[in-house]
Design a protein around this ligand. Structure first.
Ligand SMILES: [Zn+2]
Ligand SMILES: [Zn+2]
Length: 292
């Protein structure tokens, strides 16, 4: 087996993809946990969020880095951590444990620093400790930025933890020629752009108005029983028994909703039966049956 190993330095993009996948895995597991506890009264997950995250991360660490020398994302992308210059070995046990501590324990400590200070009984030094922690935080962030720039230049040690421990992601096997097809991506981008355009333009079109225009000018007029001056007892818009009947001065009746919504959407709306125009909103009035 040993002679088949042929370490080659990992590509920057693979390393970045791997770390992206790793954080995604933690998010997915946390989302599942949240779903389980959704109907739980006292929200345990919120109170113990740092601990829950630490437990999830340590479980992941136990079954990935500890066993396989690589994180989940790295396994998917066929990467492995190498801690030595020897061709046949990967991370040492010490590196695995220290890496786990940095990944799991440090973020937890950062979240729980305040309660720990009180717990240990160092409340009188609280201000100084807080100040120190803030400076530590800022300098670590700065160092992370510098480290990342160096990583982009050299392609080694994506995080400070990796640099400190001297572990670097490697391809365990010789890589074939990478073939990337951008055909699908272009198609996807095209469709994405098209749908964005549609979503932007569709709300700008007044469909009610278009519909009324087509009805007035394109569709054939059908027989109108109101031509003889008889009152038609159905809504001229929806052709159903009118709800809260309204009239506009012609022999037709309308539902309150039908006539108001059409007139609001299209001020040029005319009666679909006899093409009578509605001059103002006051012309729409409730229909009172004349009992003779
Ligand atoms: Zn109607
Ligand atoms: Zn009419």
């Amino acid at each position: 087996m040993a002679d088949s190993i042929n370490k080659t330095p990992a590509l920057r993009v693979s390393q970045l993809d791997a770390s992206e996948l790793d954080s995604e895995v933690v998010h997915i597991i946390k989302a599942q946990l949240n779903k389980i506890f959704r109907y739980h009264k006292s929200n345990v997950l919120v109170t113990y969020d740092p601990e829950v995250t630490a437990i999830i991360k340590s479980l992941i660490w136990r079954f990935t880095i500890y066993v396989h020398d690589s994180t989940i994302g790295q396994q998917i992308l066929n990467l492995k951590y190498s801690g030595t210059t020897q061709q046949t070995s990967w991370m040492t046990g010490r590196q695995k444990i220290l890496y786990g501590l940095i990944l799991i324990f440090c973020p937890w400590l950062r979240e729980r620093a305040d309660s720990l200070i009180n717990f240990v009984g160092l409340s009188q030094y609280q201000l100084q400790i807080r100040k120190f922690l803030r400076w530590l935080d800022i300098s670590l962030k700065l160092a992370a930025v510098v480290n990342f720039l160096v990583f982009l230049r050299g392609g080694l040690y994506q995080t400070i933890a990796e640099r400190v421990l001297g572990i670097q992601a490697m391809f365990p096997n010789r890589q074939g020629i990478r073939q990337v097809s951008f055909e699908y991506m272009t198609r996807e981008l095209l469709w994405h752009g098209f749908s964005e355009f549609l979503f932007f333009t569709l709300p700008l079109i007044n469909f009610q108005r278009v519909k009324n225009f087509v009805r007035r000018h394109v569709l054939p007029r059908h027989e109108d029983p109101a031509q003889d001056g008889l009152r038609v007892m159905e809504c001229a818009v929806c052709e159903d028994v009118p709800t809260n009947p309204q009239e506009i001065g012609c022999p037709h009746l309308f539902c309150y909703y039908c006539i108001q919504s059409n007139f609001k959407a299209d001020p040029n709306f005319s009666c679909p039966g006899c093409q009578m125009n509605i001059p103002t909103v006051d012309s729409i009035r409730p229909y009172r049956a004349v009992i003779s």
